[in-house]
Ligand binder design. Sequence first.
Ligand code: LLP
Length: 415
Amino acid sequence: MSVFTRRDGILHVESVALPAIAARFGTPCFVYSRAALEAAYRAFDEALAGRDHLICYAMKANSSLAILDVLAQLGSGFDIVSGGELARALAAGADPGKIVFSGIGKTEFEIRTALEAGILCFNVESAAELARIARLAADLKKRAPVSLRVNPDVDPMTHPYISTGLKENKFGVAYEDALRLYRDAAASPHLDVAGLDFHIGSQLTDVAPFVDAFDRVLDLVDTLAREGIRLRHLDIGGGLGIRYRAEQPPEVADYVRAMLAQLGDRPHKVLLEPGRALVGNAGLLLTRVEYLKPGAHRNFAIVDAAMNDLMRPALYDAWHDIAPVVQRSSAKQRYDVVGPVCESGDFIGRSRDLAVAEGDLLAVMSAGAYGMSMSSNYNARPRAAEILVDGGAMHQIRARESLESLYAGERRLPR
Ligand code: LLP
């Protein structure tokens, strides 16, 4: 299903024409489709039907309240990585009993707040963290539900993808240490051994590394069961890729089927932490061409969105399709589409063939994940507005930041 369609040459999101959004809310702005978001969630949910499961949306991908709200209404849980994300999830109406807390640097304050909120599980990433959680739970006279994030050390020579599940990565506990840590946890009166989790990387476009990783950790799960340490859930992480350009990631159903085949008839509840796969292709960044700057070596299309709005091209050399909102019949020229920020790395897309003129609108596609959530105020640029389209309705779900808000928390020195 595509919710991004052209009608009479004009790009629409569901039934709303993008020029109408620009006219009403200005640019740059992120535009999301509720239908696309819901379809992406349902693809996971339906693939897991018949199996006890919980989708914990990795909200770092896009933590705007309305996005969380739409997913929470569908029954989604959340994967959080900070006290800030916990506060956002609760403000959006999330059920704390559906929240898992990942991340290698959980502070005492964050752990205490999450214990008091009654989250589903801590995804523990080190022995030191496990000890800290046990101590804080004892202070609060609680038992903390824990899962160990096991690092399966999936071989990068076989699967050369960006990976977080390798020995040299900072995430998770080493496979060899996991058994001992589970025994420690099971012996603690303040820890409730709930599950096991792993997450091997992001934007994976092949199921093989997922299956390899699951295969490895399932050995551990079986060993634990033989010792009488029975886990309630297995959290298979996130990381399923999306199509930005020519990638051909597995269908959600195929990925889930492969994982469930590995699991077999083991009784565990399955948790997943998809981020990008839920929101990435449900959103775009709408921007306007401020200037055209032809040159002897390169032509630049200077737009009003920049690396502070969408950091992925500058940070990862990531590709996002750039589509004119209204098609022109004039000849295309090759442009670097760049923002106004004072860095040569501030580009949205390089060497794009476009027929554009000053004032034209461009849609930067696949910007729903790791767009707004990674934005900054660099160059004292207010963060963009966010609009959620629902059928024919456009809802402003975040106002454009005001100039005053940029320095609202700051103080000059006393005179
Ligand atoms: N679970 C854990 C523990 C994670 O660390 C992540 C992402 C996810 C789930 C969700 O992964 P996803 O399904 O979205 O791939 N900023 C980068 C991506 C960083 C991903 C960090 N961890 C980007 O823009 O490509």
